[in-house]
Design a protein around this ligand. Sequence first.
Ligand code: NAD
Length: 454
Amino acid sequence: MKILNPSDGSLVRELAEDDTRAVAAKYARARAAQPRWAAVTLGERLGAIEKFKGQTEKRKSELAQILTRETGKPISQSRHELNALAGRIDFFLAHAKSALAPETVLAETQMREQITHEPLGVVANVSAWNYPYFVGSNVFVPALLAGNAVLYKPSEFATLTGLAIGEMLHAAGVPQEVFSVVVGSGAAGSLLVEQPVDGVFFTGSYPTGARIAAACAPRMVKLQLELGGKDPSYVCEDADVKTAAESLADGAMYNAGQSCCSVERIYVHERIYERFVDAFTAIVKGYKGGDPMDEATYLGPLARAPQLAVLEGQVADAVAKGAKLLVGGKRISRPGNWFEATVLSKVDHGMALMREESFGPVIGIQKVAGDDEAVRLMNDTEYGLTAGVYTPDEKRARGILAQIRSGSVYWNCCDRVSPRLPWSGVGHSGVGVTLSTYGIQAFTRPKAWHLKPA
Ligand code: NAD
């Protein structure tokens, strides 16, 4: 497997992919080791994760460079991901004990009822490349704390980061067999999911999620899927145009638009539409693109070359159907996977741009007559990950957001994830929950105890 630098196409490293035998052997070792890991005290497991956090802090600058080299993420954004990782781990460290504690739900003399939170056993974690520290740690940290063994398959576009995570967990005291990194592309992911694991936790696109769900269905295995989005935001006529434009431009373009919760569609009230489009376009024109290793770079390349054709197709389709191209619109001709930051107005839902996940620095801004039309359009999607509203009026925002079918809603903000809140999707955005205390118990099986003293 060749790891290429998306910013210039150069070879970073070549690695052997795990084949059928290698994956089965990692599974067998995890199965044998898991009961011992579940039997060590929670205090010891918490200690190991605390040490892991220390490792990520100590090696931050080196880890940020590895991440930037293999994904093309601008170096300041790679460092930001590592900084925020510490906060996520702190949440799990602070809440694992209470979330995993046995609960007594009936305490009568003749009858007691209790719930214990048992580890699932061996879990597979097939992960995405866009935020490997976030989407990985959302799974492997609580899974390990709950006493599971984890077989972690990083994306083929973030393998070196995945291997570094493995090294740091092992150095922190998690046994090699309890956390194994499976190296490879989709084929290795498919081999992993075929093992008789007790849970499959996937982060990635809807098409891959649907394939994994179909493969797991006959086995009745616990399955969580964190998938894509076509995340909308609506700017009301009473919003501050400049503030909303700054927030939404960053929400659409950060990490070159390659976040599951990137802003993918913007609806603007007709009374401020022109002003908003002008302000938004000016901000996007000011973003600095270039070498992702440069501290000043805001826009880097795309991690995956095939996405360039998807973006080209969406822009061409929109323009052919009457959209107005305001900025960008094409590949940048240089080695690597470069696409211009692109803004289109006069868009509608007859265009793929407003219906299919772009996952790149491309955004359409549509004019709406009022709240009812905005709500109808925001819900006109198979996805349901996040949605936002910009207005100073909280009551109005809550009224609109209550009608939106999505896992997370934002008032005057966007592209935001909190460890304290559950992260989940509706429809093609997936099933299951990570983060919050729900995202700790997700890695356990509740066992019901009916206790009748003789
Ligand atoms: P992807 O679906 O192409 O790949 C995800 C993972 O699945 C990779 O590790 C890949 O090797 C593996 N895989 C591919 N085919 C497989 C198969 N048949 N069986 C098992 N594993 C297989 O997605 P990606 O390009 O890595 O990530 C981008 C997508 O992820 C976007 O749609 C984005 O919105 C989504 N995403 C969602 C969240 C969330 O929290 N909801 C977070 C990050 C990314």
